[in-house]
Every structure is written in C-alpha cells, then in structure tokens.
Design a protein around this ligand. Sequence first.
Ligand code: ADP
Ligand code: MG
Length: 394
Amino acid sequence: MSLLKQKAYQPLTNESAVELALELNIFPGHAKLSCKEIGDGNLNLVFHIVEELKGKSIIIKQALPYAKVVGESWPLTLKRAKIEADALKIFGQIAPDYVPEVLFTDDVLAVTIMEDLSHLSIARTGFIKGETYPLIAKHLGEYLAKTLFYTSDYGLGPGVKKERVHQFINPELCKITEDLIFTDPFIDADTNEFEDSLRPAVEALWHDEELKFHVNVLKKSFLTDAEALLHGDLHTGSVFASNSETKVIDPEFAFYGPAGFDIGQVFANLLFQVIVNEEKCDLFINHIETVWNVFEEQYTFLWNTENKEIAAKTSTFLNYQLYKFFGDSLGFAGCELIRRTIGLAHVADLDGIEDELTRITAKQKTIELGKILIKQRNEIKDLTSFIATIKERI
Ligand code: ADP
Ligand code: MG
C-alpha cells in the first residue's frame, strides 16, 4: 500500500524510499532507480536515489524518532522535520542561490525530498583536505544578510513576524543547544569530553566566574531575543561548497533567536581553520573579514531599501543594530569554540590532528580565544580589533 496513503510514520528503507520516489512521479514510471543511505550526520536518515540510465538524482531526508548517534534511548521529536522543511522553503525563497531546492515534504513521514548536491563537498571536509572555496565567504555573508533581515520585524512587519515566531517554536532542539553550548561546557557535566592534558584549562573555565557571567548573558539572549529566523546550526558541516557554489543545508534547529548566533557559528567554524591551518591562516582570516563586510554592506542596503519600520530607518539605529550583532557574534563564536573543543560534539578540524602535541596546542588556543571573545565581545568594537585579537592568540 502507498506510503503516503497510510498516513502513519515509518522509517524508510532503501526499498521504500524508492517506492516513495516512484509514487510521487519524481522519475518516469519505468525508471530504474538505485538507492543508498548516505547520512553521516548525527540525527537523521539521508537516502541518495539515482536513476541508473539518465543519472538524474534526488535526496530524501527523513527524521527518526530518536537521535541516530545515540539510539532509541535519546528520543527526539519528529516535528523537527517540519521545522526543517518550512525553514528550507523560507530560506530558499529569500536566498535561492544558497539553499537546496525542495521538491516535496510530508510531515507525517517526516521527510523532505530535495535537490541532490553530491557534486559539492561538505565545506568542513573540503577545508581539512586543503580547499579554500574562494567565494564561500561572500556567499555566506549574503545568505546571512538576506535571511536575517527578511525574517526580522524590519523585513516582515510585526504581524507576520509574530506568526513566524509561533510557527518556529522548537523547544526540543533549542534545549540541545542550550545544554551543549551554553551550560555543559562550563560545569563538570557528563556530556563533556576532553583529553586529560586539557583538564587544567577546562577546570579553569569552570572556576572563572567572570566568564560564567558572560555566558549566562549570552544564553539569556539565545533564550529571549527573537530577532530573526535562525538556521540554528550553521557550522561548516551544514554547508556544501565548491569553488563556485555554496548551499546551506540542515536547518532543523531553526527558531527565532539572536541574529549574532548564526554569524558567530560561521566565525567560529572558520576560526578552527585559522588556528589549525598554518599555511592558509591568512586566507581564512580573510574569509572572516569578507563574511562580515558582505553581511554589513548587504544588511545596510536592505535596511535602507526594504525596511517596514519607517521610524527605525535611521543611520544611528542601524549602527546600533550592527554593533549589537557584531558583539553578539563574537560572544557566540567564543561559546562555539569552547564547546566544540571540550563538549559533546567535537569537530574534525581539531580531533583529526594526529600529532598529540599539535592537537592539544590547537585546542588550548581555541579555549583561550573562546574565553577572550566571550568576555571582551563588547570592547572589540570592529573588524580591525577582532582580527588583531585573533592574531595575538594564534
Ligand atoms: P543531519 O541532520 O543528520 O546532520 P544533514 O542534513 O547534515 O543531516 O545530512 C547528513 C549528510 O547527508 C550530509 O553531510 C551530506 O553528506 C548528506 N546530504 C544531506 N543533504 C544532502 C543533499 N541535498 N545532497 C547531497 N547530500 C546530502
Ligand atoms: Mg548535519
């Protein structure tokens, strides 16, 4: 019986994923399809379906009712598939060049069928292999400016914006971020994971009252500042890239939060390469500058041309906004640097370094830079002092 007519959730297999694609007439009826589950992520199933003759291909992503990395002992709402599908559609309308095309979604089966991006590589993996993707920073700056402006009160007007806030209430996935980014790394929690030689540096974090104060301020902003629809997990593992294209995937953590959170995750994940990739350090610093410069330029343009809040369209208020976003980005980047070093979810940029001394030295730098960015985010007033702060610490 048809999967869609059953109106009940069931996890797909390679066979039933093919049946679903055929039922939806995405391929011609007589097409010979092959299917492979390729998900390397922590949470979901990802099926790659290829038509053998013509080579046309699609991706079916399906949420499981638990986190794939941990298993059934960590239940997780299927609603996240609807959040992801809705966010992909909204971001796709706002920034079509930088988001995969969505072909079909079903909330009961918790699936999104989308454009296959297999001709691109996950940016983190590419960076580790030595790629630099010359346009990625410009593209991400533009993606951030457009998504963060057009989903805000200034881009949407307050009525529609409030409906969107409601649509994207995402408590379970936000709780994961709240715990893993803002709480656990700063206390002696079971989820933390770090080498013994980092223990003195980690215990220093746990006893740093000034740091913990600032992390609480940032967490409060994450909990309460409904500024824009965030991607919510914008690390370099959520970005597909080549030398000419950039596509942002995987927005299941989307919710209304502080704009600087998305920008800060981009900064932090570029900073891992600044710290570990000595040869190309300047190039990645340049990427960080470009992300901010393009963001600032395009956000300013949208502010002046598309602003629905007539009375807010002053340069003083725009500067206040940009200054807030910048400081928030540095603070959130600091939290991301620390949690990816000592928390539950690490990054291959650091953990992939085989030589122990090199790896530990890099991790000490990410922890120290993270601390400074969190504490000094409002004193580091512009890009020049941000870059100077980075260079002092690497
Ligand atoms: P998760 O939410 O489980 O992290 P992701 O959306 O990050 O899932 O996808 C996991 C992996 O599946 C990606 O790293 C990528 O290798 C592959 N993938 C996801 N979406 C696509 C796509 N549109 N085209 C090609 N591969 C994809
Ligand atoms: Mg992912």
